[in-house]
Structures are given as structure tokens and as C-alpha cells.
Ligand binder design. Structure first.
Ligand code: HPA
Length: 280
């Protein structure tokens, strides 16, 4: 089953048949909202707005571990994350889509792992029986490989779906994750640009890292809602972010639905092997 994490301005998905809404308990605390389990053309998907309905949680206070653990408890193994981002690379325009292929992490105060060694929190109700459970039950310290953090199969499918929409999109891009909730200074954006970042946002990390720690496949679809600080010379507002996400709502929905429909059952990639040999 695929999980969809919606970002700013994307709090639900129309066009699917809702089967049930589930509150999921986790030992990490409360997920951002109820999980909405839905059917689209015979395929099941689970939707969660990462900021909660009504945008209750700022990026640095989202309970990323609870969100990812909730997906795990519902049997989700693949996650499509949709986010609003600022554009840094001068080739990018507001309204473009970017499928991230790398990230650089500048976050500071977030729980970043499930594997905390002697301090590990174990879920006695974990329904799975896998390496995640084994490592957590034995208080192991785990260092996952993130050389290529995103699932190549999901990225290829996103490229195919996007090329069929006629929207302007970029098949790769480096996402700089900042701590927020403030936006960046223009000096910070210049520095991020020199470091090779194409886009900037506040939520991809630790979301991708935690998903990967659970051996999940993960893809990140980003909408450029604004040019990053200092690039256009204009002051930035949350209004323009939400306005752009509203404008793109229909097309995002179409992309997500086609993605759900076309997602293959079997994946030819190594995402599920990431825990092998990763524990000390
Ligand atoms: N910076 C950080 N996060 C963002 C931005 C931005 O310019 N736009 C949308 N999310």
C-alpha cells in the first residue's frame, strides 16, 4: 500500500473513495492527523497531511516519527511526499515541479532516528516481523546508507506521470532542508546555491530519513511556490505559498491519482535492503 504525505495547502485528496479514517497510536506520540485510507481504481492508498488539517504543526514541530510509524502500522511500504518549496536554481520558475534526487540537511532540533541504542523506544504492538523490529528490540545503533536517498522506481514513475501532464518539471534536484519556521536570509540562499542546492524547504528531513530507516521506498514531489529569498527581490509571504498550492491543487491531485494507479506491485530497487549490515 502507498502512503501520501501532503504538505502546505494539500490537506486531502478528492477523487478517491474513502474506506475509513484511522487514528493510530504510536510510542512516539500523536501523528499529525487521522490517516485516511482510500481506494482508487482498486488500489489502496493512505493519506496524511503532515501539518495536520488546518495546518496546526509548524515544520520543526511535526511529529515525523509518529507519522512514519503510523504508516508502518498500517502496512505502508512506499511513500510519496508532496511539498511546497522555494526555488534557488535560476532555471526554476514558480509553478514548476521538481522530483528531488538528493538532499542537504540543515535542520537542527528534530528527532532524526528510530534507532537510539540504549534509549530506543520499542512499540510492543508492532505488527511487523522484520529487521526494523529486530534492531529496535535489541537496542541496536544503526547507520543507514543515504548515498541515493530516493526510490529510483518511484522517481521514474513520477517522471512518466509528469511528462504526460504537460506541466513544466525537472526530473532531479537537490533539496536543502532548513530548520524554519522562519524563511531564509538572502545570504543563506546564496550559500545554499553555492553548495549545489536547487530548492529549499523545511520538511523533507527527517521524513525521508525515517522512512528509509523503516526500509520504505520514498519519493519527493515538490512544487516551487516562490523564488527563494533574495532571488526575485520581493518580500516572501505564506499567502503566495498557499495561493500557488491552491492553483496547483487539481494537477497535483491528477498526478497523485495516476501515480497510485500506475504504481507497480514489485519494485526492482535496493530500498528494502537498506538495513542489511547497517547495525553496529
Ligand atoms: N523556503 C523554505 N521553505 C519553503 C519556501 C522557502 O522559500 N517556500 C515554500 N517552502
Amino acid at each position: 500500500m502507498v502512503g501520501i504525505l501532503g504538505g502546505s495547502g494539500l490537506y486531502d485528496i478528492d477523487g478517491v473513495q474513502i474506506i475509513e479514517e484511522r487514528e493510530v497510536r504510536t510510542p512516539y506520540g500523536e501523528p499529525s492527523d487521522r490517516f485516511v485510507i482510500a481506494d482508487y481504481k482498486g488500489k489502496k492508498a493512505v493519506f496524511l497531511p503532515r501539518h495536520g488539517k488546518g495546518h496546526k504543526f509548524p515544520p520543526h514541530l511535526i511529529n515525523y516519527r509518529a507519522n512514519l510509524w503510523g504508516f508502518r502500522k498500517l502496512g505502508v511500504k512506499k511513500i510519496l511526499s508532496v511539498s511546497a518549496v522555494g526555488g534557488i536554481n535560476p532555471l526554476l520558475r514558480a509553478g514548476d515541479f521538481v522530483i528531488a534526487d538528493q538532499f542537504i540537511d540543515f535542520t537542527k532540533v528534530r528527532p532524526v532516528t528510530f534507532y537510539e541504542g540504549a534509549y530506543t523506544i520499542v512499540d510492543e504492538d508492532d505488527p511487523n516481523d522484520d529487521l526494523v523490529k529486530e534492531y529496535l528490540s535489541n537496542d541496536r545503533v544503526v547507520h543507514i546508507d543515504v548515498t541515493e536517498p530516493f526510490c529510483p522506481v518511484m522517481r521514474d514513475l513520477l517522471k512518466k506521470v509528469l511528462s504526460e501532464t504537460g506541466e513544466r518539471f525537472h526530473g532531479k534536484g537537490t533539496y536543502a532542508a532548513t530548520e524554519g519556521p522562519r524563511l531564509e536570509t538572502s545570504a543563506e540562499i546564496q550559500a545554499l546555491s553555492r553548495l549545489g542546492a536547487d530548492i529549499v524547504g523545511m520538511t523533507l528531513v527527517p521524513e525521508i530519513v525515517l522512512a528509509r530507516e523503516l526500509s520504505m521506498h520514498f519519493a519527493s514531489l515538490n512544487v516551487i511556490t516562490n523564488l527563494a529569498a533574495g532571488i526575485s527581490g520581493e518580500r516572501l509571504t505564506s499567502d503566495e505559498v498557499i495561493q500557488m498550492m491552491k492553483e496547483k491543487n487539481n494537477i497535483i491531485r491528477e498526478i497523485v491519482l495516476r501515480f497510485i494507479e500506475d504504481l507497480p506491485e514489485k519494485f526492482d530497487c535496493s530500498c528494502e535492503d537498506v538495513l542489511k549490515g547497517a547495525a553496529i
